[in-house]
Ligand binder design. Sequence first.
Ligand SMILES: Cc1cc2nc3c(=O)[nH]c(=O)nc-3n(C[C@H](O)[C@H](O)[C@H](O)COP(=O)(O)OP(=O)(O)OC[C@H]3O[C@@H](n4cnc5c(N)ncnc54)[C@H](O)[C@@H]3O)c2cc1C
Length: 296
Amino acid sequence: MAALLDLSVTERTTAPPDIRVSFEFFPPKTEKMHEQLWQAVERLAPLKPKFVSVTYGAGGSTRERTHDTVVRIQKEKNLAAAAHLTCVGATRGEIDEVARTYWEAGIRHIVALRGDPPEGETRYTPHPGGYAFAADLVAGLKRVADFEISVAAYPEIHPEAQSAEADLDNLKRKLDAGATRAITNFFFDPAVFCRFRDRAAKAGIEADIIPGLIPVTNYAQTHKMSARCGASVPAWLRDVFSGLDEDAETRRLVSATVVAEQVRSLVREGVRDFHFYTLNRAELTYTICHILGVRP
Ligand SMILES: Cc1cc2nc3c(=O)[nH]c(=O)nc-3n(C[C@H](O)[C@H](O)[C@H](O)COP(=O)(O)OP(=O)(O)OC[C@H]3O[C@@H](n4cnc5c(N)ncnc54)[C@H](O)[C@@H]3O)c2cc1C
């Protein structure tokens, strides 16, 4: 609970003018999800994000949908849009072709990832003839065209990494291969991010490391998701959501309060860039941006 109690500890009513935000969406599957995505994009676009990004489904399952969504957002909303791309289930030639198609469509930013195993599989196995890890993909993309490239980072260590040091070395390899920034997996305790940023700086990493924030409204779901990707869930988060299973409205308010506290702590620590996992919903992200001083 301590993290929530110091919500009032804030020296300013508006954010520093140099706050930059980016928003992540996923490609919609159904007509209803399509509507929800576009409502979210409409609502968030006036906040002038530095970029927005669109995820790539496990195993490349959303190749066309990701492509169409990214290109449409960039064209119709005049936003810099980035396409996520993974190594899973495709040869190098196939991935290079996807990248070329993006370049020809005017997309200049790729979020390059290894990807998780396709549904039903528990272990990642590189595709024979594919890019094995994200660092290989970054190098391959740079050979296709001079993309701006973002990569993933894990403040609490990637679950398959041999050690914290090996994981940091891997991040360094991705940046050395041509990535310009890292976006972190989500986390709940701002101190976790700050410690990681310090370790990265000590390891000689100079590129921007952008905290990835997730406005959660469902504790059980968050717990499941966190276990999969190696993010820890503090006991106070379970406490603040307990008793609210049937009360979606209060859960939303609690969620906004939790993330508002996170961002205020991070701003105090000098963080100026924030990446929001919007889950294709605008309201919480919009609210938190407002608190940060990011307004239309
Ligand atoms: C910001 C962000 C966006 C994401 N978007 C998507 C998305 O759109 N689609 C999707 O499917 N997933 C996405 N993911 C999830 C991501 O694909 C998984 O976390 C995946 O398990 C690791 O991807 P990576 O790019 O970090 O992999 P890598 O950087 O390749 O690392 C994966 C693991 O392998 C280890 N490793 C790296 N190189 C080697 C080597 N040579 N030998 C041995 N071990 C090595 C690393 O330490 C790490 O443990 C995203 C994650 C983040 C943080």
